[in-house]
Design a binder for this molecule. Structure first.
Ligand SMILES: C[S@@+](CC[C@H](N)C(=O)[O-])C[C@H]1O[C@@H](n2cnc3c(N)ncnc32)[C@H](O)[C@@H]1O
Length: 428
């Protein structure tokens, strides 16, 4: 049985409650895990977009919309969900009163810095399609209070920090001061999944900045990058947030799908064991010793060395970062070790859902296991989004943000006012 935090899918039972929730829109929505986290924090998602039909099918099974995927391919005919290319999205497709715009844009495969310099329509990076729509909203129906970009942590260091600078600069250009944070799903679920979050807050809502706050969210490597960018006139802030929950340890057993019994047969298991390097075999031997009384679980990856597939068992009691199952090597196997009894099988979609904090995700209508693994591998971890939304995004939007969390009075000396500050001042 799983003990990881349960998401609460919350189309509010009371329609009046739903009416008063701040409206959010979700770009690059995938299977909707950002939506689950945002709903848990009290947002209402009135619009979403993704280009992948297989993900839109899962999204529909989970949230009951869009009701007709064929209609959803025309942004003018499907007001709540658009299945298609973000380049076709215009400000007129956005709902009224958008307070938050969330973008889990595809990982940086093009240089943001380069894309910005030569940006032209479809050739530009997906991130700039998101910011284009936000810019158009400013002219048309008002900008959201907060915009968020979620991406891989590599965005912070790629091209010597230039990609990060380009992203911050673009958000600044739209009138948002930016707070750069990293959060690892590991604080909530037994999966290592560090991600970068750029929280852009409209200039009239920027919380007081406390340089040096929350070193777990802004570790040394991230500060070092920001320090290198000081002097570039970028507007950033560092809001003081509550501490994250203690890192979850020893919890892999909590996500195991007890009903899954597709353990590999003897021949395949022997192949697995024979592929282990001496160091890996020693690790397995130690785990066997430790598990004489009760079974232990570990995840394993297949790697190819000199054209020979080899398995590696993770030392710690968590899964590695789930990835889209585009190639065999991205899939993870589950190893159950109970003394001499060692069993191996692929992880199931139920286990993937639990590792993403989406225990209650509707998997009944998923046609192929591969579809679910593909969807979850690309997604954002639900409790991470919920934590950020409850502790930062929603309080800023509601005007109730208190440095450090939910205390009535700020419990730190905040010297700075709530105005945007050049990065040079913070790191200078
Ligand atoms: C990192 S994933 C985001 C996943 C999402 N946060 C979730 O929870 O499932 C990026 C998404 O961008 C989508 N995408 C890629 N190119 C796109 C485009 N041109 N227009 C719209 N969506 C696109 C992909 O299909 C993918 O689902």
């Amino acid at each position: 049985m799983s003990t990881v935090p349960k998401p609460t899918p919350t189309p509010a039972a009371d329609p009046l409650d739903s009416l008063f929730r701040p409206v959010a829109v979700e770009f690059f929505a995938g299977i909707g895990l950002a939506r689950m986290g945002l709903e848990e924090a009290g947002f209402r998602i009135d619009w979403a977009n993704d280009i992948e039909r297989s993900k839109a099918e899962m999204y529909r099974a989970q949230f009951g919309e869009p009701s007709d995927l064929d209609k959803a391919t025309d942004p003018d005919r499907s007001p709540g969900y658009f299945l298609g290319d973000v380049t076709k999205v215009k400000a007129k497709h956005m709902p009224e009163n958008v307070r938050l715009a969330w973008a889990s844009s595809p990982c940086v495969d093009v240089s943001l810095a380069g894309a910005r310099l030569g940006m032209k329509g479809e050739r530009s990076s997906m991130f700039y399609q998101f910011t284009r729509v936000i810019g158009e909203m400013g002219e048309y129906k008002g900008r959201p209070d907060v915009i968020v970009l979620e991406n891989v942590v590599g965005l912070a260091t790629s091209h010597g920090g230039e990609d990060l600078a380009a992203a911050i600069d673009t958000m600044n250009g739209l009138g948002y001061s930016v707070d750069v944070l990293t959060l690892d799903a590991r604080s909530f679920v037994p999966q290592s999944r560090p991600r970068l979050f750029l929280v852009g807050v409209r200039e009239d809502k920027v919380p007081a900045s406390q340089p040096g706050a929350n070193p777990v969210l802004r570790p040394d490597w991230l500060r070092a990058t920001l320090t290198r960018l000081a002097g570039r006139g970028l507007e950033i802030h560092q809001a003081r947030l509550p501490d994250l929950p203690d890192v979850s340890v020893g919890e892999l057993s909590t996500i195991v799908d007890d009903r899954a019994d597709e353990w590999w047969d003897a021949e395949r298991s022997v192949k697995f064991l024979n592929s282990l390097s001496p160091m890996q075999a020693k690790r397995l031997g130690e785990l066997q010793e430790k598990s004489r009384d009760a079974p232990l679980y570990r995840t394993a990856y297949r790697r190819t060395r000199d054209k020979t597939p080899m398995w590696e068992i993770r030392a710690d009691d968590i899964a590695g970062c789930l990835r889209t199952a585009r190639g065999g090597s991205s899939k993870q196997a589950l190893v159950r070790i109970h003394g001499n009894d060692v069993r191996v099988r692929w992880m199931t979609s139920v286990e993937y859902a639990r590792l993403m904090g989406a225990d209650d995700y509707n998997l009944k209508d998923v046609k192929r296991a591969g579809q679910a693994l593909f969807g979850f591998g690309d997604a954002v971890c639900v409790p991470v989004v919920a934590w950020l939304a409850k502790n930062y995004l929603k309080p800023v939007i509601d005007g109730t943000f208190q440095p450090g969390g939910d205390s009535e009075e700020p419990d730190v000396d905040v010297e700075e006012s709530s105005t945007m500050r050049p990065l040079a001042e913070i790191h200078g």
